[in-house]
Design a protein around this ligand. Structure first.
Ligand SMILES: *Cc1c(COP(=O)(O)O)cnc(C)c1O
Length: 366
């Protein structure tokens, strides 16, 4: 019996589709370099497999969130630039050159830290600069940008390789804020006038149009098959399939109840499938009495509460539902965005919540 035959849940990741989605983003922004955001273990899909596949597709610039992620990624990716979006904290500076990582500097404190580290080492060190244009998250605010523009010595020892900002509502093309952020970014980056590429677009902003694309794009979600244009059909290729194992099938009839809290009441004769996936695997508890799965093309609803290790589906009349068979929790006809809508969240959270118990299986590369 192979590992896949006995696995309680299997996540199939199509690396060919990831590469195709990267090329799709590149074709959408022909004037820009297309990077790849592989933070949070490539949104839960496995950066050690995904990032090398992207490298083979031609990607040379990668983004992670933390130094720890960067150190791990470097083991799987001997070449290519790795930006650490969170930047350095005091005491972590030496990890960057030691592992070939490039920090994004998000505050005057981080700029000062990196500048003094570079001066101590006696060499110019590369870094990206992050300007805040409306997220109030990471990045230099307008006064900090002005101070930097007026006093270049603050950048002593730093060789800027990208100036970036991040969009707040690029997935809603009608929002005025998209143009406001574009203009703010042009103004602030223009004030600095550093000799390096600019970067504003994550997945959705790539599709806002050429104005947002600049010299380097940073898609994440779109690479993993999530829809970057939620008001239109998804232009990306599907990447994942999540299947759960049916452990038991049982006949039920009124007046039985189902699961914790007895939130579902059986009203007629039927059959239930007990599936070996629960909220510990990232199958959210908010899918209780709301989610759907697919078996042999038939949509079957979640009944009762999702528990830690088990979820119950009403499979009345579905002959394929047998103990040992697999049920599609995410797959054709029911993608991660659709499951997220049922769970009251976004596809990003569905992907990054997929648990360690789920066996990852990689396909789709020669
Ligand atoms: C996560 C992130 C991205 C990628 O965003 P997607 O919407 O997944 O494409 C790009 N840039 C920054 C700064 C991020 O934090």
């Amino acid at each position: 019996m192979s590992e896949t035959d006995r696995a309680a849940a299997v996540l199939t990741v199509d690396l060919g589709a990831v590469a195709a989605n990267w090329r799709r983003c590149a074709a959408q922004a022909p004037g820009a370099e297309t990077g790849a955001v592989v933070k949070a273990d490539s949104y839960g899909l496995g950066a050690a497999k995904v990032a090398p596949a992207l490298f083979r597709a031609g990607c040379r610039t990668f983004f992670v969130a933390t130094v720890e992620e960067g150190i791990h990624l470097r083991q799987a990716l001997p070449e290519g630039r790795i930006f650490v979006l969170g930047g350095p904290l005091p005491g972590t500076e030496a990890e960057f050159p030691a592992h070939g990582l490039t920090p994004i500097l998000n505050s005057p404190e981080q700029i000062a830290l990196w500048s003094s580290f570079a001066r101590r080492r006696g060499e110019a060190l590369e870094a990206g600069l992050h300007l805040d244009t409306g997220m109030s998250r990471l990045g230099l605010d307008r006064p900090a940008v002005e101070r930097l523009a007026d006093d270049r010595s603050l950048l002593d020892g730093i060789r800027p390789v990208v100036v970036m900002s991040h969009m707040a509502c690029a997935d809603e093309p009608a929002r005025e804020m998209n143009t406001a952020q574009l203009e703010a970014f042009r103004a602030l980056a223009g004030r600095l006038a550093l000799p390096c590429p600019l970067s504003l677009a994550a997945s959705s902003a790539i599709f806002l149009g050429p104005d947002w694309q600049f010299g380097l794009t940073r898609p994440g979600a779109a690479l993993y098959g999530l829809n970057p244009v939620p008001d239109q059909p998804n232009p990306m290729a599907p990447v994942i399939r999540l299947r759960g194992r049916i452990l038991q099938v049982r006949d039920v009839d009124s007046p039985m109840t189902v699961g914790y809290g007895a939130t579902h009441r059986i009203t007629r004769k039927g059959r239930l499938a007990i599936v070996s996936v629960g909220y510990a695997d990232g199958y959210f508890r908010t899918l209780s009495n709301r989610g759907h799965a697919v078996i042999e093309g038939e949509r079957v609803p979640v009944v009762g509460r999702v528990s830690m290790d088990l979820t119950i589906f009403d499979v009345t009349g579905v002959d394929a539902a047998r103990p040992g068979a697999m049920i599609d929790l995410i797959g054709p006809g029911h993608d991660a965005d659709a499951l997220a809508a049922e769970a009251g969240t976004i596809g990003y959270e569905v992907l990054t919540a997929l648990g360690n118990r789920i066996q990852r299986h990689y396909v789709g590369e020669a």
